[in-house]
Design a protein around this ligand. Sequence first.
Ligand code: GCU
Length: 424
Amino acid sequence: MRCLNCISLFFFLLLFQSAYAQRENVISEESKVPEYQLPDILTRFKGGKVKSEKVWVKKQRPEILKLFTNEVYGKVPGNLDLSEVKIWETSDQALDGLAKRRQLSLFFKKDNHNLEVNVLIYLPQTNKKVPVFLAYNFTGNHAVFNDPNIRLTESWVANNPSVGIINNQVTEQSRATASDRWPVDEIIKAGYGLVTVYYGDVDPDKNDFSDGIHPFFYKDNQNKPAYDEWGSISAWAWGLSRVLDYLEKDPQVDSEKVAVLGHSRLGKAALWAGATDTRFAMVISNESGCGGAALSRRRFGETVQIINTSFPHWFCDNFLKYNGNEDILPVDQHMLLALVAPRPLYVASAEGDKWADPRGEFLSAKYASAVYELLGVEGLPVKEMPAINQPVMGTIGYHIRSGKHDLTLYDWQQYLKFADKFFK
Ligand code: GCU
């Protein structure tokens, strides 16, 4: 017994040491960024230049999309439509009469699998169809806004006693605990709707492929996705598309004006949703960092190896090949951003969020601009990184704000301005 304890202590120390060593090597100064060469976005993989919109749309874009699918995020193994929609409640008296609130569940069924995805919608008080922001939240719809009518999620949520999440279940104490990130009043007053969903309804964020949407598609004896099949980011992106399927049928939503938005890991999912589903009319990445908007080859802050080690379930297993070996990646993240072209795209960074590599996020947006220009629209309107709190908005928008890793009112104010530019 004692010996067993010694052995576990030994392995614990070994693990701790390797995690520590990994962090020790994190690049946090620009001068330490290694030399790298990005794949040129307008050079065909078999050689030759992409010179026309037609070649981009018919050849280059599909090839890039396929590489991201097979090597990074993983493919969705099949089709599954919505089985049923249940409307829980509607009210015209939300936000003291300023807004309408709707709560509904989307049900997915296959064989003996069932999944319920809860959707919370706030819409301005009008009978016209309105543009909306569609965004996942981190801990449940009830956390987004101070409104006692919002149903508490019954899904598994990562423990956090400081916001009343105990035994992986939320409590009354969890209400409105993320409301700083969701300026619902401002969104509504600007004439937009907000559609939000707890991301864990689609796939709980843990390294466990027995729950969420993944098992719906397993073949006999399969218990995790194959090496080129979807990780969690791809599953979350899939979920965003299924919510959009519903929104297309909602008479009060202008489904041709849906901006998909996400913060951090959910920004990675929003980008992948925007890349795979061109029905999203606008894509907003808030500090999505590694595996999101930031260039992998810079290895600044979080790297491919670190992310694959800390979050082994986020990407497909093929992505492991690039641990410490970013230069052999056939793509880099500027190419992911280019998959959104010519649709409006906003990339946001924060000064205090070095982990997500703000400069790498900016450069990615800058290099994606070549595709926007090929398609006849302006990409980023600047060549140099703008100063702190100086947003720039072409068809690609960018800002780096002061402060830490977060989704703030300042960020939303820029997204509302950006949306006005294209949706109003
Ligand atoms: C971690 C992770 C990031 C991720 C972030 C988040 O910091 O390393 O890649 O974006 O969590 O989602 O909050």
